[in-house]
Design a protein around this ligand. Structure first.
Ligand code: FAD
Length: 474
């Protein structure tokens, strides 16, 4: 019987297993290897905190592209939403732990199928994959940290969001209780007494989660959030139906032409007293295609000059969450500081964060606790992940030209060091950030999980109507 190993049991790995299970008409064994984050839930939906909400409305969060209302229909089965009218439920930003329940429930249906005709056997292993060996007959052996191994005919790399980057430090911080390298794992146990100061490294979505949790826990003290640009995620809003203004030949515009076009539509929306983010949302169905048409220099320019603005505009937060952050700023509980983080300097009293402002001047912020809320490593090949260090060394994979992740072909088969697509290895999700740019949120990942399953099973793709991925509500 053919075996497919899936490394990573977050949204991407789970949904690929679900799709393999519902699409395969041949006997098949699927082994999900997952470590560190909760199985089925992964990084984003593994939180147990009720204040951590989805940043996409329920109507857009179906895990299955061919059943666009699947998540909404599932929410309807939950008693706590009985009294909520359909319209409100569709626009709701559900708690992420509830979405985790949805994914875990989907996984349960394939681990223990009630349809006795199902020919797919799915099993899970709680272990870290550290290497893959591929023999001359294209047979793979996935080596696990425990010393065990899994034999497979095909392997999907669905390892998701990389751990945040670390910072230079005057002293090792690994065992320093005043440093929290992983806010998802050990924030609460490290909180300083009330009245002290917490410095958050990063001003993005993870920082927002941490500020909300500190509020919910009733922690009283000052919070300082620092990032290079000091930009905070913007809020969702009520928008308008707006024209699809991206021309079919938009690739020929190049980065500068495209920016001009977007700015023109942002201005037009402002003149109409509408939110210019509508113009950015309209790009979404075209983003991967346009990103791939850019030269390396254009991609670098976009990342350096526009990515921060893009991120806060594209990855917006629920209005209620934005209000809570604004309140924290207004009452002085939270302060946002712009500066590049140079290094961390632990001393007897606290940890000093040494920063440099836009004019090159040095300054610092000290915290009784410093929490790393930054995003992924800027260089994938230097992230120090054992699995990828081994795969890169053996040239079974290669990193993209910006070194943000891996390269795949149109079928999601991994491109090796020889430039050829692998017959065995596939990859999806945030690992493809450098190649696709827009490959993080559920509206993109659900389509990938289906395409990857179809490709691994060598099936013709099922035609799926593009779901509505516009983020504002009308
Ligand atoms: C905090 C947060 C909130 C988000 N909110 C939303 C939202 O509201 N709406 C939306 O559309 N998108 C959201 N996203 C984006 C998106 O949904 C997630 O990034 C998505 O869940 C990614 O899923 P994944 O399975 O690819 O990766 P992950 O969720 O990171 O899962 C990967 C899994 O693989 C494991 N793993 C990694 N390496 C190995 C290894 N070598 N061996 C074994 N296991 C390994 C990891 O520990 C993890 O369990 C959010 C992302 C984050 C981080």
């Amino acid at each position: 019987m053919k075996t497919i190993a899936i490394i990573g049991g977050g949204f991407s790995g789970t949904l690929t297993a679900v799709n393999l299970s519902r699409m395969s008409d041949q006997p098949l064994r699927v082994v999900i290897i997952n470590a560190k984050r909760p199985l089925g839930r992964g990084t984003a939906y593994g939180t147990s905190r009720p204040e951590h909400l989805l940043n996409v409305a329920a109507r857009n969060m179906s895990a299955l592209p061919d059943f666009p209302t699947h998540f909404f229909d599932w929410l309807r089965t939950r008693v706590e939403f009985n009294d909520m009218p359909d319209k409100e439920l569709r626009e709701m930003f559900a708690p992420r732990r509830v979405y985790g329940d949805y994914l875990r429930g989907l996984l349960a249906t394939v681990l223990n199928p009630i349809d006795t005709r199902c020919q797919v056997h799915v099993e899970t292993i709680n272990d870290e994959a550290v290497d893959i060996a591929i023999d001359d007959h294209d047979h793979a052996t996935v080596l696990l940290k425990s010393g065990e191994s899994v034999e497979a005919d095909q392997v999907l790399l669905a390892t998701g969001v990389q751990p945040p980057s670390s910072f230079p430090s005057d002293a090792p911080l690994g065992h320093d209780s005043r440093y929290c390298a992983d806010p998802w794992a050990d924030l609460q146990s490290k909180l300083p007494p009330p009245g002290r100061r917490i410095v958050l490294l990063g001003t993005g979505l993870t920082m927002v989660d941490v500020v909300l949790t500190l509020g919910k826990l009733g922690w009283e003290g000052k919070i300082v959030a620092v990032s290079r640009n000091g930009m905070l995620p913007k809020s969702h809003f009520r928008g308008i139906a707006y024209e699809d203004y991206i021309p079919e030949n938009a690739e020929s515009l190049g980065l500068h032409g495209l920016i001009q076009l977007i700015e023109k539509h942002c201005d037009r929306l402002r003149q109409m007293s509408q939110n210019p983010a509508i113009a950015v949302d309209k790009l979404r169905p075209h983003t991967q295609r346009l990103w791939q048409s850019f030269s390396k220099e254009e991609k670098l320019e976009f990342r350096g000059k526009y990515a921060a603005r893009w991120n806060v505009t594209r990855h917006r937060i629920a209005v209620a969450i934005h209000d809570a952050i604004t309140d924290a700023l207004d009452c002085g509980r939270l302060k946002v500081v712009a500066g590049s983080i140079e290094k961390l300097a632990p001393n007897e009293q606290n940890i000093e964060v040494l920063l440099r402002d836009a004019d090159g001047a040095e300054f610092s912020q000290s915290g009784d606790l410093v929490v790393n809320c930054t995003g992924v490593q800027s260089r994938f090949s230097k992230a120090g992940l054992p699995l990828f260090d081994n795969l890169l060394r053996k040239e079974l994979v290669c990193s993209d030209e910006l070194d943000m992740g891996l390269l795949v072909n149109d079928d999601f088969a991994v491109i090796g060091g020889d430039g050829q697509p692998s017959q065995v290895l596939y990859a999806m999700g945030p690992l493809l950030l450098g190649q696709l740019w827009e490959t993080i949120a559920v509206p993109e990942l659900r389509g990938q999980a289906m395409r990857v399953a179809e490709n691994m099973l060598e099936r013709e793709p099922v035609a799926v109507e593009e779901a509505d991925v516009i983020e504002y509500y009308i």
